[in-house]
Write a protein that binds this ligand. Structure first.
Ligand SMILES: [Fe+2]
Length: 241
């Protein structure tokens, strides 16, 4: 009887050790899954939330940055987490099925991040064109004739985007020319080819202007140039070479 009790106790202890080991393995696996996935982050704006007024109101920014952009980040992170799990478990079919949502929400996140960075308050350089003779000014003159012509072309063709999308100023690395492009929905400029380096973008989704400009897209496209951060565009142009 006593011997049986002892064996019983040892058996119980080995079960406890076993479940403890099991828990450690589960924990290790969780840590591994966690380590293999880094979340996307909504960066702080490079200016105060009301810094783009009066061209873009604080209220519009609270929706556009605080709600729309935040939602892309949240959705992207949810999908990335599922994708990390699918990779971990070898469910490649699920991983592939998730990729469309990752493309859309990831594009939404990255396009907005790029957009905020090429805007600036009028009190902090917004709308100030590059100096004549600067590398960007020369390139604009060569490809478009002048900043005036670039802005007219960009405005008209971005306002004409059907549905939701983006207008882009790009360096075509193959030709060396500056070019205007549009992308639909949350497509990235790189979807049109790796030879296109984005220098500047304007969001022409309805959520980008409706609160301040209602249905009049051309008015938004007319005002937006007052807050374009051309020194950021110059920086990107210099880095593109
Ligand atoms: Fe947007």
């Amino acid at each position: 009887g006593r011997k049986n009790k002892m064996i019983g106790r040892q058996f119980k202890r080995s079960l406890q050790v076993g479940s403890c080991l099991n828990q450690m393995l589960v924990l290790q696996r969780q840590q591994r899954a966690f380590a293999s996935f880094q979340k996307a982050v909504l960066k702080p704006l490079p200016y105060p939330i009301n810094g783009l007024e009066p061209v873009i109101s604080q209220q519009l920014m609270e929706f556009h940055y605080g709600k729309h952009h935040q939602t892309y980040v949240n959705n992207l992170n949810g999908l990335l987490e599922q994708a990390a799990g699918a990779l971990e478990s070898g469910d490649h079919q699920k991983y592939v099925d998730l990729s469309q949502g990752i493309k859309f929400n990831g594009g939404g996140h990255l396009n907005h991040e790029f957009f905020w960075d090429n805007l600036a308050p009028t009190s902090n350089g917004g709308g100030q064109l590059p100096k004549e003779g600067s590398p960007l000014a020369k390139a604009v003159a060569a490809s478009f004739g002048s900043f005036e012509k670039l802005i007219a072309h960009f405005s008209a063709n971005t306002a004409a985007v059907q549905g939701s999308g983006w207008g882009w100023l790009a360096l075509n690395k193959t030709s060396g020319e500056l070019e205007f492009h549009t992308t639909a929905n949350q497509d990235r400029l790189s979807d049109k080819g790796a030879h296109l380096v984005p220098l500047m973008t304007i969001d022409i989704w309805e959520h980008a202007y409706y609160i301040d400009y209602q249905n009049v897209r051309p008015n938004f496209m007319k005002e937006i140039w007052k807050i374009v951060n051309w020194s950021k565009v110059e920086e990107r142009f210099a880095a593109a070479h």
